[in-house]
Design a protein around this ligand. Structure first.
Ligand SMILES: [Zn+2]
Length: 158
């Protein structure tokens, strides 16, 4: 009898280093490793190590982030939960900040809990297939608020 050994795929090796928890919780990459836990131990391009959350994004969505930044809704750099990751560019981030600084039209409306930056993020998350309910939890607003934004019943100037 011949035994055939298959090498574990890159994806399997990667996810075996991630502590997967609930959908809304953060999934840390090699949580017990100090310092270099953020880098996946392999590269897509030769000689270039890739950040673990970028690799997670690539595996989960099948999209190479390329020049774009993979951002965290949870601000946890080690987190590899695809639901906490979204694409952004440095340019977009700067534009958001500028817009806020000049005059945030929507943000100044009475009762506005969200900023224009939040709304942009929310629409990005929706385009990546994140549910209304999950986004509502992330931003501590109602599901209706998220739906209104998604269907452009509110914030249509953005
Ligand atoms: Zn997270």
């Amino acid at each position: 009898m011949t035994r055939i050994y298959f090498r574990k795929s890159l994806a399997e090796r990667f996810w075996s280093n991630v502590v997967k928890r609930g959908d809304d919780e953060c999934w840390a990459y090699r949580p017990n490793t100090k310092g270099y836990g953020r880098y996946a131990n392999f590269s897509i391009e030769k000689g270039k190590n890739v950040l673990s959350h970028r690799f997670a994004y690539l595996l989960a969505y099948g999209v190479d982030p390329g020049a774009k930044q993979v951002c965290h809704t949870c601000d946890n750099p080690r987190c590899c939960n695809p639901r906490h990751l979204f694409l952004g560019t440095t340019q977009e981030n700067t534009a958001d900040r500028d817009a806020k600084g000049r005059m945030a039209r929507g943000s100044r409306q009475a009762n506005a809990k969200l900023t224009e930056e939040d709304v942009v993020r929310i629409r990005e998350l929706r385009s990546q297939g994140v549910s209304h309910g999950r986004i509502a939890k992330m931003f501590h607003v109602s599901v209706g608020t998220i739906k209104d934004i998604d269907h452009r019943r509110t914030w249509h100037h953005l």
